[in-house]
Design a protein around this ligand. Structure first.
Ligand SMILES: [Zn+2]
Length: 358
């Protein structure tokens, strides 16, 4: 979708975007541009040591006692959402220390920072965040981080769709299209290469491998959605997190209970309008999400006389260990299976090669 106000690197369409652009160094490269940044971040301690002595002529010269080798300090990377944490770990492997702030199952829209978050952000060498106002309560801390800390809005490497409420507000849920996740992977790889050029080639190699996997995942999702009868390719979800998914994979968003932000409660009028739309279009089911209470969407489904799907979707977070959605790629496969099964299609086995660090 063409959205001139969101041209990356150009004049942005609202005040908050302008404020952000003044504050931080950001990733503003569209996927197609690729490329890596230059310049290192800091000089970190390297191992050093001397021999413990040598003989010269008849005399023994003794040098100071050996200095033990210092382990090379890894750069501290702080990531915000669990989705970015997972992608970053796949690119970083053992070369960087990755700490995610928002844990699997937590909602980034309403996440309230705790004191340890301030400390972690203050000490970070690199911060990776989504951007487009997703992590609203964390942004004041990130904005106030030290000047030495490099910050990258990896979600903003994708050209955004406008939100359903306002053409001036970008929809932050860019990861719900696997091709956009490939852009985020490239942005992360570029960020790491810029800050740790010594391992740049390996980051690039890992990013290329992940891109290949994401293309396979993208094709699998498309094929799976195509197995749903055309008249049933409709989504009703709790909040508006699946615009990118719907556009990429051929679904119609019939309506959502909330907009792009889970912080705002729907009005009675919004609920009533959604019920009317559901009654008219008759989707097979209505979906709810792991990170948002199902109470209101259940009431809507009951009023509209349509089933609520038995399984919920991961909208803004990957799942915890053992959930079957514990990585970005598994999360996308999980959601697709839930959607396709509920709408009357069929999925084959997903391409579960899923990256682990090389
Ligand atoms: Zn969301």
């Amino acid at each position: 979708m063409s959205l001139p106000g969101f041209a990356l690197g150009g004049v942005l369409g609202n005040r908050s975007l302008q404020q952000r652009s003044l504050k931080r160094e950001r990733v503003h490269r569209l996927c197609a541009e690729g490329g890596g940044g230059g310049g290192g971040l800091n000089n970190f301690g390297r191992g050093r040591g001397d021999g413990d002595g040598y003989f010269g002529g008849d005399e023994v010269f003794r040098l100071p006692a050996a200095v033990p080798l210092e382990p090379t300090k890894k750069l501290d990377v702080i990531t915000t959402t669990s989705i970015i944490t997972d992608l970053a770990k796949c690119i970083a492997g053992d070369f960087l220390s990755i700490t995610g702030i928002i844990q699997p199952g937590d909602d980034p829209h309403v996440y309230e920072p705790v004191p340890t978050d301030s400390i972690r952000i203050e000490k970070a060498d690199i911060i990776l965040y989504n951007g487009f106002d997703l992590e609203m309560n964390l942004m004041p801390l990130i904005n106030n981080a030290t000047q030495q800390c490099k910050q990258f809005a990896v979600g903003e490497s994708v050209e955004p769709m406008p939100s359903c409420e306002s053409t001036d507000t970008p929809d932050p849920h860019v990861w719900n299209d696997a091709r956009n996740a490939a852009c985020m992977v490239n942005a992360i790889s570029d960020a790491f290469s810029e800050c740790d050029p010594e391992h740049g080639k390996i980051y690039l190699k890992r990013a290329r491998r992940m891109n290949k996997e994401l293309v396979e995942l993208d094709q699998w999702i498309k094929k799976s959605i195509q197995s749903v009868p055309e008249s049933k390719r409709m989504l009703v979800t709790t909040h508006d997190a699946f615009q990118y998914y719907a556009r990429a994979y051929g679904l119609t968003i019939l309506g959502t209970l909330m907009g792009i932000n889970t912080e705002e409660q729907p009005s009675a009028k919004m609920m009533s309008e959604l019920i009317s739309e559901i009654r008219l279009a008759k989707p097979p089911v209505v979906f709810f999400e792991k990170t948002v209470s199902p109470t209101l969407i259940r009431a809507v489904a009951e009023d509209a006389n349509v089933d609520l799907c038995d399984e919920s979707l991961y909208s803004d977070s990957i799942g915890p260990e053992g959930s079957g959605a514990e990585t970005y790629q598994r999360m996308m496969a999980y959601n697709t299976r839930v959607i396709v099964d509920a709408l009357g299609g069929r999925t084959g086995p997903p391409p579960l090669a899923f990256s682990s660090p090389l």
